[in-house]
Each structure stands twice: as C-alpha cells, then as structure tokens.
Design a protein around this ligand. Structure first.
Ligand code: ZN
Length: 155
C-alpha cells in the first residue's frame, strides 16, 4: 500500500477547518510531491477560497482562487510542488467515496490541465472523525486506498 504523508500542522489545519464548518462540508487542495518510492508527500493545503459554497451535502470550491494559489506554489518551488488532489469533509458520515466523488476523481484523472492522471481524494468523515484517502490508478482505472501517515518537520 502506498503512503500519503501529511505534515502534522497541515493535518491539524484540516481537522480544524472540518470542525469550524460543521454542519457544512468544506475542503481544499493538497499540494506536494511524489517521492522516489512513489509515496505522496503533502507540503501545502490550499483553502476553499472566498467564493466557495458550503452546504450539508455539497461543497464547491472557488476554482479560480485555488488555481491562482496552485500556480503561485508551482512558481515558488520551480515546479517541485504541484497539485496532488483534493480533500473534503463528510459531516456526520463515515469517510467514503460517494458516487459523485468517484465521478469527480475520474474526471480529474482524465482532465489534462489537472497535471496528474493519478489524483488523490482525501475524505474526512465526522461520524466517527476519521480520514481516508484514495488515489486513482491510471492502469487499473479505479481508486486504490492509500495509507495516511503524519510527519513532523524539524523535530
Ligand atoms: Zn464526498
């Protein structure tokens, strides 16, 4: 099982955002890189943006805001840190991929400008509070579970 490494402060940011927005959904974008062992390393989270729509069963990020943030990080890191995927919450539900999530994940995988054909979806359920992550496999054409690990910088 491949691993997705999430830096501890970013993990706390995700949990904090999920709780802040309850009972509504929220989410964001995961930026980072793929290491030599094909594991994913998350180094930055992009917020949903000022025009994002948060509902109980629905979340629509501010796409133009997020694209600007992605471009900024790409330039600042000279292309080392790029779009890995998306995360969003499922208030009062378990973390699972809904049919809509599955469609969205497939759409991102086949959408050239996304920059990846193997995007990641991280879902945070709050009943119980739990994170689950999947990566779309370009060869198997289906999402594969990733093991989530938390890492701490400079400690
Ligand atoms: Zn969902």
């Amino acid at each position: 099982m491949n691993v997705i490494w999430i830096r501890s402060d970013l993990y706390e940011d995700i949990i904090g955002a999920v709780k802040t927005f309850l009972p509504y959904e929220t989410g964001g974008i995961l930026l980072g890189y793929v290491d030599v062992q094909e594991n994913l390393v998350v180094t930055k989270i992009v917020d949903p943006g000022p025009e994002a729509v948060h509902r109980k069963d629905y979340f629509l990020p501010d796409g133009s805001f997020q694209q600007k943030e992605i471009d900024k990080v790409f330039q600042e890191t000279e292309g080392e840190e790029t779009y890995l995927g998306d995360w969003h919450s499922h208030p009062y539900k378990r973390p699972f991929l809904s049919d809509i999530d599955l469609d969205t994940l497939q759409r991102i995988a086949t959408h050239k400008p996304s920059g990846t054909d193997e995007p990641v979806f991280l879902i945070v359920g709050t009943n119980p509070l739990k994170l689950k992550c999947w990566q779309y496999s370009a060869t198997k054409h289906e999402p594969i579970g990733l093991e989530i690990r938390i890492w701490t910088d400079n400690l």
